[in-house]
Design a protein. Sequence first.
Length: 97
Amino acid sequence: LVAVNTTLSPCVAGLIVFALRALVLPPKLLDLGAFCNGILAGLVSITAPCGFVKPWEAVIIGGIGALVYQGASMLMKRLKIDDVVDAFAVHGACGLW
């Protein structure tokens, strides 16, 4: 169960961030760095509850983690805070969520 949940959550999070950056958010580019950070956001989001949730809940947790990461990343850019690798958005925001 733990292996399934820690596989599903980052997969969903990475794909959501990749799709958002490629299709919705300007400049609409295929962003491999954001894809990798989305995967990390899903992993950070599922770390605490991975042994206690069902796989469908892990998918939802990964999706929410992706949106939290994307929102925090955009907020950091808007506030002009320099975080080149989005470490706060991945570890701080998703860890808090």
